[in-house]
Write a protein that binds this ligand. Structure first.
Ligand SMILES: Nc1ncnc2c1ncn2[C@@H]1O[C@H](COP(=O)(O)OP(=O)(O)O)[C@@H](O)[C@H]1O
Ligand SMILES: CCCC(=O)OP(=O)(O)O
Length: 358
């Protein structure tokens, strides 16, 4: 069998994860954490391009990986136009949209750009993205907000939610397409999706003022108070945007995007940290409850995943609130690196045709 080496690149809001696969075997994996201060040095996401790219190349060099043998670089897909689930070859239209931040700014915008840049520097490598954060399978009824000027849109951890859904389905000998699941990805941002027979029919916009608060996002905030603040003359547009994304959530309340730090403080008796952690868990559970209504109570399982799903206290809090709906399964961390690499491998082996982004 022909041997392919694949580099997977996953820029998240609080980390850059990289992995190298030889066919479907993982031979290198690294999770580089970025503190709130590190990230705050950059005005825009585009400004982080060289910082994140150099970190990736340094790590590969230190690990002794021969990059010249790489056949595909697969990046986490960012804020593109809403598109269907799948693997896409990086092209000029995609790069233009990402460079111009047509749908906003998020670290995942760098996935395709860095993948393309690295692939171009190699003898024969192609660049792809898979299941970007803009995968959109929402039902029409879920798109309508309380005012025609505001439309609900699908921005979430599509890659990991889909990968974990398939992993869970396999573990119980079922197909993803036969199950109804509620999946909460608990990372730098938090998304809670209702998966109905393989389609995410509703999900909170994890990036932009919707859903539970997260390590670095405010989530849903009282709209009237937000409008008042915006016209108070006390804050600029950019400052308000940062309050919602980047400097909201745990960063605003406690000055850190590290949920593990809050977990340790809460466990050692810090009452403020405990209340903050409980509030985050409470809001996650509340959104899971709303997705149970979306699925009309027909829920095969609730799945908790992402970095914060490592926290046993937070997981117990959520279970105590939503355990009556369906069994709760916990998949701490993510399966994104394998999902990226396997999508690239399927294209290289000719098993799937990459889609074209227009
Ligand atoms: N072992 C752990 N225990 C508790 N929290 C953790 C653990 N590992 C990571 N986290 C928390 O998970 C969050 C990051 O999750 P992750 O899914 O890696 O995010 P992202 O990809 O959005 O950067 C951070 O706030 C981090 O503190
Ligand atoms: C943009 C939606 C996905 C998201 O929030 O990712 P991070 O948790 O990596 O910021």
């Amino acid at each position: 069998m022909e041997e392919y080496k694949i580099l997977a690149i996953n820029p998240g809001s609080t980390s850059t994860k990289i992995a190298v696969f030889r066919n479907n075997k993982n031979i290198f994996l690294k999770n580089i954490k970025h503190s709130a201060e590190d990230i705050a040095k950059f005005k825009t996401i585009a400004d982080q391009f060289s910082f994140r790219k150099e970190i990736i190349l340094d790590e590969l060099k230190q690990a002794g990986i021969d990059v010249n043998k790489i056949s595909a670089v697969v990046g986490r897909g960012g804020l593109l136009k809403p598109i269907e689930s799948g693997v896409y070859e990086v092209n000029e239209a995609m790069k233009n949209d990402l460079r111009n931040s047509i749908m906003g700014e998020h670290a995942s915008n760098l996935g395709a750009l860095i993948a393309d840049d690295i692939a171009r520097s190699l003898p024969s490598a192609r660049a792809f993205i898979a299941d970007p954060v803009v995968v959109d399978e929402m039902e029409e009824v879920a798109r309508i907000s309380g005012h025609p000027k505001f439309k609900r849109i699908s921005i979430f951890h599509a890659l990991n939610q889909k990968a974990i859904a398939r992993l869970h389905a396999k573990s119980i000998d079922k197909k993803y397409e036969d199950l109804n699941l509620i999946i909460a990805h608990l990372g730098g941002g938090i998304s809670v999706g209702a998966h109905k027979k393989g389609r995410v029919i509703d999900v909170n916009n994890a990036l932009d003022g919707e859903g539970p608060f997260s390590p670095e996002r405010a989530g849903t905030v009282p709209a009237g108070q937000l409008a008042k603040l915006c016209f108070s003359g006390e804050v600029t547009y950019d400052e308000v945007k940062k309050m919602l994304t980047g400097k909201g959530g745990l960063v605003a309340h406690a000055g850190t995007n590290d949920a593990y730090e809050i977990e340790l403080k809460a466990r050692s008796g810090d009452a403020k940290a405990k209340l903050l952690q409980d509030a985050m868990a409470y809001n996650i559970a509340k959104y899971i409850g709303s997705m149970a209504a979306v699925l009309k109570g027909e829920v095969d399982a609730i799945i908790l995943t992402g970095g914060i799903a490592h926290n046993p206290d937070l997981v117990e809090y959520i279970k105590s609130m939503v355990g009556f709906i369906a069994p709760v399964a916990v998949y701490p961390g993510e399966d994104e690196m394998q999902a990226l690499a396997l999508n690239g491998l399927m294209v290289l082996k000719g098993e799937v045709m990459p889609k074209e982004y227009k």
